[in-house]
Design a protein around this ligand. Sequence first.
Ligand SMILES: [Zn+2]
Ligand SMILES: [Zn+2]
Length: 509
Amino acid sequence: MKPAIPQAQTSSNKPNKPLKNEIPKMTAVLCKRCNVSEAVVKSRKEIFCKECFTKFITLKLRKMLMSKETESVFKVIYDPKNPQREKEFNPPNCKVLLPCSFGSSSLTVLHILVDYLKEQHSQHKKYGFKLEVLTLYCDEEQLIKYKAIIEKLKSMHDFQISSDFLKFTLLDVNRYFLDNNNTAVLTIGEDYATQESVSPETRNSMSLTESLQNAFPTNKLVTSKQDLLDIFTQNIIKVYYNSDPKFKQLLWGSSMTKIADQVISNVVKGRGASIAKELEFGMYPLTDVFLSEIDAYFLLHFRDTYEELLYHYVPQPTLFLNKDTEYCDIPCNEVLAKNAKTINQFAREYFDSIEGDYSNVISTVVRTALKLDTPGDLKKIDLEDNQQNQDSNVTLCRVCESPCYQDIKDTEKKSATAWLNNITVHEGYPVETDVEKGYYHQWQTSTETSSANLHKSNLDSKTVSLCYGCSVTLHTSSSKSIAWVQKKDTDETELQSVLNDYILSDNED
Ligand SMILES: [Zn+2]
Ligand SMILES: [Zn+2]
C-alpha cells in the first residue's frame, strides 16, 4: 500500500502542529535584556533578541581570552612611556593558532575573533595578534570542499580583514604520514606486548588512510579507526603549533558539549589518564557555551550561508522560540544517523539529548575534567618535549605519546601490558565440530593474509611501550598490527621546513 507510508511519516513528523494552533497569536515577546527588540532565542531560562544573544556568547568567549594568563597575547599593547602615540604601539608579533574543522563551533570562534580584531583596529588602528586557521585534510573530497569554504569566507564581509592578520592553512595528513617518516609496523601480541619493526618494504609505502584501512578493514571498528585518526591529527596540530615560537596560544573551538563528549569517550576508550593532559594543552574558550547555543549563534548570523560554510554538519535550531521562523526551517543533522557510530558519536548524541533539561550534567562533566591534573611525579617531565626521561621510570606511548602509567616500584606487574595480560584469557575454546573447524580455518586464512601484508620482513624488531588505551585499540585490529610513523629526532627549524612542504596556504594559490 504505497500511500500509507508518506501519510504515516507526515503525521509522525508534526506532533507539534495542533499545539501551535491552540496558542493564540500574541504580539512579539520582548528581549528580557534590552526590552526593545523581539526575543528570538531562549537559553538558560532567559529570552534574548539577536543582538543581546550575540553579546552574551561573545562576552563569554572574550572573558576567557582576557584572563590574567592570556590577555597579553590578545590585547593591543601600548608603550607605557608614550601611551598616546600611535607609532609607539608594539607591533603585533603574537600568533594564535585556531584548528578548524568547519563545524559550527570553530567557525563561531573564528567569527568572534575576527570581530574582535576589527574592533581593535577601529579603536587603536592596530591589531593585537595574528590569527592562523589550521585545517587538516585526508582526501581530495575534503580538500575541494575546504578550499570552497575558505573562498566563501574570504568573500564575506564578516570575515574580511587584512590577510596579514588572518591566514588559512590546509595541511595534508596523508602526505605528512607517507613521506615525512619511514613507516614502522607496530604489532601487539596475545600477551599485549608490542613489537616495533622497520623494514625496507614498508618504507614510504603507506598513507595514514591506507594504514588504518589495513588495520581495520571492516566497518565495525569505526571507533578504533577514528580513535587513531584523532590521535594522529591532534599530534600534528601540536607539532605544528610547537614548530613556530611565534605561536603564543592554541585555541580549541570545542563547545562545552563537545568537551563533555570527549571526556566521557576518553574514559570509555580507556584513555581517562590523558584527559588532564589533553585539556591542559592550549585553551578552550567555549568551556561555558553549549553546542545548542553555538548553533543558535551560528544560525542567527549565517542562516542563508550555513550550507556553504559547514563541513558535514547542520546547526540545530533547538533554542529558537518560534519554530515557524526561517531559522527553524532546516533539515535535521543526519550525519550522526548514518552508518556505524563511534563512541564519540554516541556520547555526542547523549549530551545533545540532555542539553535542554539536564544541561547541568554537561557542565559538571566539564568542570570536573578541568580540575583533573597530571600525577605529581610526572609533572616535572616536559611531556611536550617528546623525550623519554631517563631519570624517571616514565615512558611515553609509542602511538599517542602520552605517558604510560605504571607502578614505578613494581614495573613488571603493574604496567598496562601486564595488567591486560592478567585479566584476559588467551586460550580459545577447543574447536570440535566440523562447522567450527570450517569457521576456524576461514578465520585463520583471513588473519594470515592481512598480517602478511605488514610482515614482509622483520629486519629490526624491538619492544615498545603502549598506553592502556592504545593497547586496547590496537588489539581490536584484525591483523593486530598497524603501520605508524617512525619516531625521529628533528630539530625545530628542520621540522618547520618539513611541515611547510605539506601545507597549502590560501595566499599561495
Ligand atoms: Zn535584546
Ligand atoms: Zn597511547
